[in-house]
Design a protein around this ligand. Sequence first.
Ligand code: BTN
Length: 332
Amino acid sequence: MPDLTQSGSEELVLAFLAEAGDEVVSGEAISDKLGLTRAAVWKHVEALRQQGYRIDAVATRGYRLVEVPDRLRALELKPLLNTHDVGQVLHCYEELGSTNDRAKQLAEEGAEHGEVVVAEKQTEGRGRRGREWISPARRNVAFSVVLRPEALPPVRAPELTLVASLAVCDALRQAGVGCGIKWPNDVLAGGRKIAGILTEMEAEPDRVHWVVVGVGVNVNTRAEDFPPELRGEATSILIERGQPAPRALFLAALLSGLEAWYDVHEEQGFEPIREAWKARTVTLGREVSVRTDGEDVVGLAEDIDEQGALLVRTPRGVKRIYSGDVALLRPR
Ligand code: BTN
């Protein structure tokens, strides 16, 4: 059960019901476990119902949580999280310019490792290479997490982007969407982009102060929510599955996966991340054209190296690419 010792009784009742899943939980069990009177349990259940939770009262047997409101707030997310750090402090906003900007500000002000900023809508969402990231209100998941790796040299910080891409890919697959990672960290479903990651950091030459990893996933975006020029290139869980996904559940699974992969990286280094990334990528073995700052590199994407750089075999030898935009050309 998540550590909710800092939470109010209402949140604890919700956590108890959420953990029971489809099971009916008796009022007695809740009151015994949480040290509340039966009347207090009933009062909290009523308060939750007022906020949009559907909690069925099953005759003589107790309560069952049937539906969680489609909101991304601490009350919805905390009971669903299975983490020790990531998301234990949540900053949830109806609207923000960019969650990355807010997370960077919080990091500067001393935010702890794992603090997460979530917004229902971003007005200035940013993508890689100065691009715009569109997140219409209440349809997607847009968040940023502050990470404070203890012993990671700044040159290795980009590995954390690959760590995040594993968690995004896994959460999408759990939600029933077949997807793969395009180097370095775009997640594609059916050849179209469903999620992106923007990593920023502050460091001295030999010490990382903080890394902010920002993730945007198109969850319940309809085709008409995308600008016409993006419709052929972008997709969402809703479009792929034909039905919407509960965003709080999706985000909680993603944050839990992010922490699990972060822990693997911290304890075992980059190699298991590299292997897991290779098992999920759609880039390797493909002819690619990579737009880098200096030139366009065309060739066969063969591998990623021990730092996550893409190795592309060209007629002039193997090129090692540290950052760029990949276009997938014909299949192998
Ligand atoms: C990309 O694919 O170019 C990266 C997109 C990253 C978008 C996310 S949404 C949450 C966070 N806040 C931002 O402004 N950007 C990232």
